[in-house]
Design a protein around this ligand. Structure first.
Ligand code: ADP
Ligand code: ZN
Ligand code: MG
Length: 481
């Protein structure tokens, strides 16, 4: 059989950061004791009517504009009918035939190569409640706090051809929604969810193969693993001469496999019809233009600008622009006088590591940076000027944290400035060489690596304050003599 090519299309559900829900005034905030953020509308009581939250439409238009979609002047909500305990009305208000945004695209970078993924549509809908199993004996409970929280459903064309492309698409999309400040993009907490549609076909053909929809992934890694697993499963089945069935499968994170959940439901199973309780949605051109004027600089543009204006490598620029708060922090440091390359290194190696380890990046904006951008810029400048070495600077981060202290002032107050004075260092170097005749002999016999050990000894003798470059030079000179 000829080689197989994977075909992937992704459906993303993004919870919007509006203050209230989509059709009632309840708070849309995450958390809260079960069933406290509810009212007759979002619990589907008889006789109530939905009122559309204008902010939700604005956020949807923002997303559409940022992804090059066309905003429909006239769109319409529809009822998607199905029965499930977390859906008290027996239908979900969504959009069907006339979605708000259509025909966009996203340009993503895969191994430095640009790839365009088409966007079929973006529409608004309400989230459902949450079933809670295993918490109360053998009974299942329902929490309706999430019921009616606004969602965007963002549907891609089946344009992706590898796991890497799917991963890049998801990360790019999340980054854009975060820049727009309309979704916090937290996959673990479910504010950014992804269903993956996967099929395979003989390479070089254009007809689509039978697809499988995979659900239940709650991290980027899980999405990538699930797609990779599914490509392999389908390829193996075809190689054995089996026929694939269109179905929905669930990702089992523990066993790292997908399992059949149900045969695929079809649109007609949902008996869609126009929502009679809401008027067709008319969006005026002027409003769209107004929203367009408020769009921030988006990640791709910012990445290119960082390469151009700050002379960063494309890789560094990419890392620094994935989150708006990180990019803002970096630029604040540069504005405070740090050399861009130095600032970039500090942010990427030290800061982002701490941020990740302490999970400070769960919110849209990091409010608890280990140090402020001005402090980090101060450290970078001290290193650049040779006043302190990198290690001393690194050690100061925890001490500066939460103090607002100026690093230069701290260095001066505690006498931490690096010793570059040749006289003092020469004496220390001579002492170290006298104490380690064996290593001196090894070095002279050609074992260059020993120099690192000797530099370390001088650093130790000077309480870590010596300029390691100068120490290295002095030692070499002494050893050569
Ligand atoms: P459904 O009616 O089953 O929801 P859609 O046509 O609406 O199917 O597509 C849902 C998602 O599946 C879209 O993201 C689309 O790109 C993707 N998709 C459709 N057909 C295929 C296929 N054969 N292989 C992979 N993905 C597909
Ligand atoms: Zn409500
Ligand atoms: Mg669909």
């Amino acid at each position: 059989m000829s080689a197989l090519e994977p075909v992937i299309g992704l459906e993303v559900h993004a919870e919007l950061l509006t203050r209230s829900k989509i059709f009632c005034a309840c708070t849309a905030e995450f958390g809260g004791p079960p069933n406290t953020n509810v009212c007759p509308v979002c619990t589907g009581m008889p006789g109530v009517l939905p009122v559309l939250n204008r902010r939700v439409v604005e956020f949807a238009i923002r997303a559409g504009l940022a992804t090059h979609c066309t905003t429909a002047p006239r769109s319409r909500f529809a009822r998607k009918n199905y029965f499930y305990p977390d859906l008290p009305k027996g239908y979900q208000i969504s959009m069907y035939e006339l979605p708000l945004c259509t025909g966009g695209h996203l340009d993503v970078l895969v191994d430095g190569q640009a790839k365009r993924v088409g966007l079929t549509r973006i529409h608004m809908e309400e989230d459902t409640g949450k079933n809670i199993h295993d918490a109360h004996g053998d009974a299942s409970l329902v929490d309706f706090n999430r019921s009616g929280v606004p969602l965007l459903e963002i549907v891609s064309e089946p344009d992706m051809r590898s796991v890497a492309e799917a991963g890049a698409y998801l990360r790019t999309l999340r980054s854009i929604l975060q820049y727009l400040e309309i979704c916090d993009g937290n996959m673990e907490e479910g504010s950014f969810r992804c269903d993956a549609n996967v099929s395979v076909r003989p390479a070089g053909t254009t007809a689509l193969g039978t697809k499988v929809e995979i659900k239940n992934m709650n991290s980027f890694r899980a999405v990538e693993k699930a797609i990779a697993y599914e490509i392999e499963r389908q390829s193996d089945a075809l190689a054995r001469g089996e026929r694939l069935v269109q179905e929905t499968r669930l990702w089992d994170a523990e066993r790292e496999e997908t399992r059949s959940m149900r045969s695929k439901e079809h649109a007609h199973d949902y008996r869609y019809f126009p929502e009679p309780d809401l008027l067709p949605l008319v969006v005026e051109r002027a409003w769209v233009d107004e929203i367009r004027a408020t769009l921030p600089e988006l990640p791709a543009a910012r990445r290119e600008r960082f390469v151009r204006d700050h002379q960063l490598s494309p890789y560094d620029a990419d890392v620094l622009t994935q989150r708006k708060d990180v990019a803002d922090y970096f630029e604040a440091g540069v504005a405070a006088g740090a050399a861009p390359k130095e600032m970039a290194n500090w942010v990427m190696t030290e800061l982002l590591r701490i941020v990740r380890d302490e999970k400070l990046d769960r919110a849209l904006v990091i409010r608890d940076w280990p140090v402020t951008a001005a402090q980090l810029a101060g450290l970078a400048k001290l290193v650049d000027a040779g006043t302190i070495n990198r290690n001393t600077a690194k050690g100061l981060i925890p001490r500066l944290r939460g103090t607002g202290r100026d690093p230069a002032e701290l260095v001066a107050a505690e006498g931490l400035a690096q010793v570059s004075d040749r006289g003092a260092l020469e004496a220390a170097a001579a002492e170290v060489l006298a104490k380690h005749p064996a290593q001196v002999a090894e070095f002279r016999a050609g074992k260059e690596r020993v120099l690192g050990f000797l530099v370390g000894q001088v650093m130790k003798a000077t309480g870590g304050k010596a300029n390691p470059q100068v120490v290295g030079e002095l030692l070499r000179k002494a050893l050569a003599g």
